[in-house]
Design a protein around this ligand. Structure first.
Ligand code: ZN
Length: 150
């Protein structure tokens, strides 16, 4: 029998993940639970301060404007435009391809959200491009708010 390296099993699992590479796991805590639950239910929820009527994203423990803990959420219409973007070139990390666009969306509600940009051509990755939400179930654990050209 050939000598087995201590991590032969890990390599096999890693190779399996290369075939079906998963997106990074999401970080859920008490402050963000509503956001991830909303996506699983098909809604993009934006934290709303009941005290000063401001929106904030990403969610926090208290309002960044008035420090109130009286927070709720509104459902975003999912429309907006690209405020800024980057292209991820390095490191190449499956399931992403080199040049994968990551956009900062200015939502119609007035707040911004960072998201992946799918179903797009390189020419559509530009500031001011109109985009729309496409809630995407990536696997059993991860459902994301991704955007595509409107
Ligand atoms: Zn507030």
């Amino acid at each position: 029998m050939p000598c087995r390296h201590w991590n032969d099993t890990q390599l096999t699992e890693r190779e399996n993940h290369m075939v079906q590479a998963l997106r990074p796991r999401i970080g859920v805590n008490k402050d963000t639970q509503f956001f991830w639950d909303g996506l699983k239910g098909g809604k993009l929820l934006i934290q709303h301060c009941q005290n000063c009527d401001q929106l904030q994203h990403p969610p926090g423990a208290c309002c960044k404007h008035c420090q109130s803990f009286d927070l709720g959420a509104i459902e975003s219409c999912g429309r907006g435009e690209i405020h800024s973007f980057v292209r991820m070139h390095h490191p190449i990390q499956p399931p992403f391809e080199a040049g994968h666009p990551i956009i900062l969306v200015q939502l119609e509600e007035g707040t911004r959200i960072i998201a992946g940009f799918i179903n797009s051509t390189p020419e559509q990755v530009r500031i001011g491009e109109k985009v729309r939400l496409t809630i995407t179930r990536c696997d059993d654990e991860v459902t994301l708010a991704l955007f595509e050209p409107a």
